[in-house]
Design a protein around this ligand. Structure first.
Ligand code: PLP
Length: 387
């Protein structure tokens, strides 16, 4: 039998520490390895497969488009990206959408739009982007500069200049940074995902939004992980009562296909003009058809079910033996464990439940439509592993 793990070590660049499982197929919230062993999926491929593996409606939408036109380039008009952009704007109040292929690219576009807007509104020197400590915004040289965690920066200096980081939930530090730097934009995750699934304080977010408005600084919300129903709202910012100028998203948007989107509001909608930005694969018709099928199903009833599942998770895990804290929103959950998280993760895997980690926490990002019986079964396993 082919040893895929050995071949992976031989031919794949060694940037990933993989778990010892080869996944070959999936159905809904179940994933299967090469021996046919089933696992409950509590990670959705890092929040990507919003409706789990090979969801019927999603696969039908994708296959239909695949058999119609798989790519055309942005030199021509195509229908799926326009339909998706209209839906995104109608459901958020944003004005225009730029499509790309990943979260990092969605943030790159946001940063470019903010810098150009500020250059035109106030002058070229207004270029600083303020982000938070413990944030994560991507792996490109610019989005690494935005990321407020030094260990990601280590070997890749010099990074793109013009970024400042302030501690999360420290509004005085935010005000001071805005006074100190000629600022183009502020970029925030409403729930810091890679940083340990830590929601921002609503008061800090609202004050920051008001400050940005007052100073004509663009407020950019990174919804790459929190977006598309993940937190029990269509976008997490909607639960904070703010109106951002730019929203970036990716992960769950395509339901399993690579798709990034940067939503531009009133102020930023014309910042990038012809020739300012582009992406060969951006707005790919197959990815956009998949995304339409995802968004169509994220209605208020469905989002309420996501919040009910959060309540169930909290009920089963808060105060359970070995569980120190449960953080997060909706189906984006962090669990602080007494045991080392790697131990809990391995035990869950051995018992047939695939979870994620974020820093020292166990992280759960199950498919948004995970059936309640599978969710309960996974939570029972997690409880046993934590105890
Ligand atoms: C995953 C993530 C990114 C980067 O997305 P990629 O698709 O890996 O480029 C950016 N921001 C946040 C908040 C993320 O969770």
């Amino acid at each position: 039998m082919t040893d895929w793990k050995q071949l992976d070590r031989e031919y794949i660049a060694p940037t990933y520490a993989r778990f010892p499982v080869t996944l070959v197929r999936g159905q809904g919230a179940m994933l299967y390895d090469e021996n046919g062993r089933g696992y409950i999926d509590m990670g959705s491929g890092i929040g990507v497969s919003a409706f789990g593996a090979c969801d019927e409606a999603w696969a039908a939408a994708v296959t239909r488009q695949l058999n119609t036109l798989q790519h055309a380039s942005n030199l021509y008009y195509t229908q799926p990206c326009v339909a998706l952009a209209r839906t995104l704007c109608e459901r958020t109040g944003m004005k225009k959408v730029f499509f790309s292929n990943s979260g990092a690219e969605a943030n790159e576009c946001a940063i470019k739009a903010a810098r150009k807007y500020a250059a035109q509104a106030k002058g070229r020197e207004y270029s600083t982007i303020i982000t938070l400590r413990n944030s994560f915004h991507g792996r490109t040289v610019t989005t690494l500069a935005a990321t407020g965690q030094d260990h990601y920066h280590e070997h890749f200096q010099p990074l793109t200049p013009g970024f400042a980081h302030v501690p999360a939930n420290d509004f005085a530090a935010m005000e001071a940074a805005v006074r100190e730097h000629k600022t183009a934009g502020i970029l925030l995750e409403c729930v810091q995902g890679e940083g340990g699934v830590v929601p921002l304080e609503a008061d800090f977010v609202r004050k920051t939004a008001a400050l940005a408005k007052q100073e004509d600084i663009l407020l950019m919300i990174d919804e790459v992980q929190t977006g598309n129903g993940r937190t029990g709202r269509l976008y997490a910012y909607m639960g904070f009562g703010i109106a951002p100028d730019i929203v970036s998203t990716a992960k769950g948007l395509g339901g399993g296909l690579p798709l990034g989107a940067t939503l531009l509001g009133e102020k930023a909608q014309y910042a990038l003009g012809p020739g300012d930005h582009g992406s060969t694969f951006g707005g790919n018709p197959v990815c956009c058809a998949g995304a339409m099928s995802v968004l169509e199903r994220l209605d208020e009833d469905f989002l309420a079910q996501v919040r009910e599942k959060e309540a169930l998770i909290r009920q089963m895990l808060e105060g359970a033996p070995g569980v120190k804290a449960v953080t997060g929103m909706g189906l984006m959950i962090g669990i602080q464990t007494e045991k080392p998280v790697s131990e809990v993760l391995s035990q869950c895997r051995e018992e047939g439940v695939l979870c994620l980690t974020a820093k020292d926490r166990l992280r759960l990002l199950p498919p948004l439509n995970i059936p309640e019986d599978l969710l309960i079964q996974a939570l029972e396993t997690i409880r046993r592993a934590c105890a």
